[in-house]
Design a protein around this ligand. Structure first.
Ligand code: G4P
Length: 521
């Protein structure tokens, strides 16, 4: 029987160490996990990651591959799509955001808005994804609640609309005032946060003597917030003008149930999606999905290839024959997985909002659409501004054929962006990445999967701007800039730094020099 309960599909965006893994585990604890995946990376004695497809991942103890965790909460099915990436991240981290309907921005109360959070936020803003904010680690000293509200307003230009307000500042946390019901949600510290939600709700007149003074302060601030247009407004939230805020301690399990309730109450449902020709697919129409990530090399024994797709419309049933939009060819879905990781479990049915993995999907690439019924093709998943560049060459010239094939394959999968120019010739492509770890993945797979050792030589560029053929001609020979063409045909002008990019744009006002999405440039 297909599970047709309503869906919530979201991702957590955060900087490393803000508590994403802790929160993910806490969410799963509150819910009934349907399928368990590598969304959680192992740390200490906590549950180890499932996605250790690559030896490299194991060695580093981090999750490079995308994964999704699916669970039931109240009457909903929730899909938490992992945003991979630890101390550095990759284009995949951004791409995952094309598969979600909302995002939770997790902020460390002591650190405020950190660089990776801001980069990921930019991608959400670009795609119009509504963002809810969770201020985490409220159980220990940090910035004041008002300081954090100012930071949000200043750095991401969204109006913070707190749904809860802390009673007691970070480090002296007594609980929160639920601004929608006026109740006190009292927090009781537990050892190691091992037990379920230490939360107790009570009416304002039941607040204990010991919390009374701090409660009065919170009530006063809550009233001031109300005067300052800081109350939740669903339309403004969905329009990307505001971000509802909650205060939590993922480690102590406080605020986790509140977050789940919030997701059900205010996060958007999967919505109708427009194709490149302007036609719109409603969620109840025939099945359609788009691929947002392709993963190979999970198993050295056979060349497997898994394409992760987000269901946009219709019900999916395993065995369905779908049409691959870019080739018009049929694609059999005999092998479809719901669990991403070591345990390959077949998915029998899926609904809009769910993530499915197609096994042995040799023909599917990032951005591809598959559908049943009337043709539909969704817009391509954008590529993001690379900030790291190397030239690549075959480590063993006798294996040049393997080198070429490998680079082509990794390019198609979107593992790195591959740039070329007549000047550099075909043998030394430039590889461009959002995070340097993408080069390590290339090196690992070239060596182990394509049997072609690879040599990199770092290039001093830091900034890429989109240009055109005229720009390429005009900038040829200009110092501090080089124009190359990406395999999708886009011309990219690479600059040694922001300053050089700025000066070039100023001195050549007629040239096309556009910033690319995210990546800070
Ligand atoms: P990440 O996935 O975002 O990188 O963060 P992770 O959950 O691994 O958390 C990073 C550190 O912050 C961990 O400590 C974790 O225990 C701690 N932490 C997460 N949430 C909270 C919270 O609400 N309150 C407090 N006080 N700490 C929190 P660690 O010492 O690096 O790791 P571990 O040895 O405790 O696992």
């Amino acid at each position: 029987m297909p599970d047709t309960r309503p869906r919530r599909t979201f991702a957590v965006i955060s900087h490393p160490d803000a508590g994403k893994s802790t929160l993910t585990e806490a969410l799963a604890l509150h819910a009934r996990v349907i399928t368990e995946a590598g969304a959680v990376h192992g740390k200490g004695d906590r549950r180890a990651t499932v996605s250790d497809w690559m030896a490299m991942e194991k060695a580093r103890g981090i999750s490079i591959t995308s994964a999704a965790l699916q669970f039931v909460y109240r009457d909903h099915v929730i899909n938490l799509v992992d945003t991979p990436g630890h101390s550095d991240f990759s284009e995949d981290t951004y791409r995952v955001l094309s598969a979600v309907d909302s995002a939770v921005m997790l902020v460390d109360a002591g650190k405020g808005l950190e660089p990776q959070t801001l980069k990921l936020f930019k991608v959400c803003a670009l795609r119009g994804i509504p963002v809810m904010t969770v201020i985490n680690k409220w159980d220990r000293p940090g910035l004041s609640a008002l300081e954090l509200m100012d930071l949000i307003q200043e750095k991401i230009k969204l109006r913070p609309t707190p749904l809860t307000w802390p009673v007691g500042e970070a480090g002296d946390f007594r609980g929160v005032l639920d601004r929608r019901t006026g109740e006190f949600v009292k927090y009781t510290r537990t050892a190691g946060g091992a037990t379920r939600a230490p939360e107790r709700r009570m009416a304002a007149d039941e607040v204990d003597e010991i919390d009374a003074a701090l409660w009065a302060d919170a009530v006063e601030e809550h009233e001031l917030l109300g005067l300052d247009e800081a109350d939740h407004d669903q339309d403004r939230f969905l329009a990307g003008e505001t971000t509802p805020v909650m205060f939590a301690s993922a480690l102590q399990n406080f605020g986790v149930a509140q977050l789940l309730d919030l997701l059900l109450d205010i996060a958007p449902d999967p919505s109708p999606t427009e194709g490149v020709d302007g036609s719109v697919r409603k969620v109840e129409d025939d099945f359609s999905a788009f691929v947002f990530k392709v993963q190979s090399g999970m198993n050295n024994a056979h060349r497997d290839r898994l394409a992760y797709a987000r269901v946009v419309s219709g019900a999916f049933e395993r065995g369905m024959v779908v049409t691959h939009a870019s080739t018009g060819r049929p694609f059999a879905t005999k092998f479809a997985q719901s669990v991403f990781g070591r345990d390959t479990q077949s998915v029998e049915t899926a609904e809009p909002g769910d993530i499915i993995g197609f096994v042995n999907a040799q023909s599917l690439r990032v951005g591809d659409t598959v559908y049943v019924g009337d043709p539909i093709e969704y817009p391509p998943v954008p590529s993001f501004a690379p900030e790291h560049f190397v030239t690549a060459s075959a480590g063993d010239i006798g294996r040049y054929k393997q080198f070429r094939r490998g680079i082509e394959q990794l390019d198609q999968e979107g593992v790195v962006q591959v740039l070329r120019s007549d000047l550099r010739g075909d043998q030394n492509p430039v590889l461009a990445a959002v995070g340097p770890m993408q080069f390590e993945v290339v090196e690992d797979r070239m060596t182990n999967e394509f049997n072609s050792p690879i040599r990199f030589s770092r290039l001093d560029y830091q900034v890429a701007r989109r240009t055109d053929a005229a720009g390429a001609a005009a900038l040829a020979g200009v110092r501090g800039v080089e124009v190359l063409q990406r395999s999708d045909g886009t011309y990219l002008a690479l600059f040694v730094d922001q300053w050089r990019a700025m000066v070039t744009a100023r001195d050549n006002p007629d040239l096309m020099l556009e910033a690319l999405p995210a990546g800070g440039s």
